[in-house]
Design a protein around this ligand. Structure first.
Ligand code: DP6
Length: 323
């Protein structure tokens, strides 16, 4: 009753922001992402007869409270499906720094969904694993399949899952994450999603989502960098416009965030294949071609306010570790 899984975080090109059901994490729009290779969460789950409560050890530290409750919710679902009542020991480690603007919950819940279902003896197919991961963190649904991934909003719980539209080797892209602040963000995504509907701009963002999704899908399949760059930047800007106009307002951008955005746009105008996208934090994901990764990293490092740059290429699906 033991299993270990590895999953990558992902960066969204078309963002998930707002749910039609917060508890089930049923999104108001579909989204797109790519997995980030080299950055990973490894999670081991052991169901044990002798445990009275679930245990969570995250980066060598025992967690209680909300973090543990969120994990237990997924374990409860797995226990119900497998018809078992054993509590579990969950040991999870990230190889990337928390607070670096990379959503650790996506990799964490994808690895947990895979490891816990397997440890309980369940053979979930990819859509079922994606749904299970989604219940822990919406974006985790996209860290189950490999490469370039679409999360369809679906009609109900079962049909809201993610699938790969192209494998990791379809397009040699890289993500250079310009870290401008490593501090803990004030409002996390889980607290942010319910605020989306308080912005008068959210309805327009959602109404236009099918167009952005189609443009993004076409750009990826055609490897059309220019088309891809403009739709992804637009989608990120629209989400931040919603965040800034919700009640209470969420302002994630800092002066250095804007400096990176401006520089990226200028570099693209000069012919460098780069664009930005920003999640619920001040750090900037700068997407480029793999062959330009080192050059882009060096240029970002030279900007005032950029404290570090993490790099990743396109990652594969969540997978089991055979131990
Ligand atoms: C801005 O998946 O982190 O990164 O479901 O509450 O865990 P929870 O939220 P989460 O939200 C991600 C928001 C985003 C955009 C995206 O990744 O699509």
């Amino acid at each position: 009753m033991k299993s270990t899984a590895i999953a990558n975080p992902n960066i969204a090109f078309i963002k998930y922001w707002g749910n039609r059901d917060d508890d089930l994490r049923l999104p108001v729009n579909g989204s797109f992402s790519m997995n980030l290779d080299g950055l990973a969460t490894k999670t081991q789950v052991i169901f044990r007869e002798d445990l009275a409560e679930d245990q969570l050890i995250l980066n060598e530290k025992e967690e209680h409270g909300a973090g543990l409750a969120r994990v237990s919710k997924i374990l409860d679902e797995v226990r119900a499906a497998a018809g078992i009542s054993f509590r579990a020991e969950v040991v999870s480690e990230n190889n990337f720094p928390t607070g670096a603007g990379i959503a650790s919950s996506a990799a964490a819940f994808a690895a947990l969904a895979l490891a816990s279902s397997k440890a309980a003896g369940l053979e979930f197919d990819e859509p079922a694993l994606s749904v299970l991961a989604r219940h822990g963190s919406g974006s985790a649904s996209r860290s189950i399949p490999g490469g370039f991934v679409e999360w369809q909003m679906g009609e109900d719980d079962k049909s809201s899952y993610a699938f790969s539209i192209a494998p990791a080797d379809h397009w040699d892209l890289a993500d250079c994450v310009a870290v401008v602040n490593t501090g803990h963000k004030e409002t996390g995504s889980t607290q942010g999603h319910p605020l989306a509907a308080t912005s008068p701009l959210q309805a327009a963002r959602v109404a236009d989502a099918p167009r952005r999704i189609k443009t993004c899908r076409d750009a990826i399949l055609e490897r059309d960098f220019e088309k891809f760059a403009s739709i992804v930047e637009a989608d990120s800007d629209i989400m931040h416009a919603v965040m800034m106009t919700s009640n209470p307002a969420l302002f994630y951008w800092q002066p250095a965030t804007l400096r990176v955005m401006d520089s990226v746009r200028a570099w693209r105008a000069e012919g460098l294949p780069v664009f930005y996208t920003i999640d619920a934090g001040p750090n900037v994901h700068v997407i480029t071609l793999r062959e330009k990764m080192d050059e882009v990293k060096a240029q970002l490092m030279a900007l005032e306010g950029v404290k570090d740059v993490l790099t990743a290429t396109v990652g594969g699906p969540a997978h089991l570790l055979t131990d």
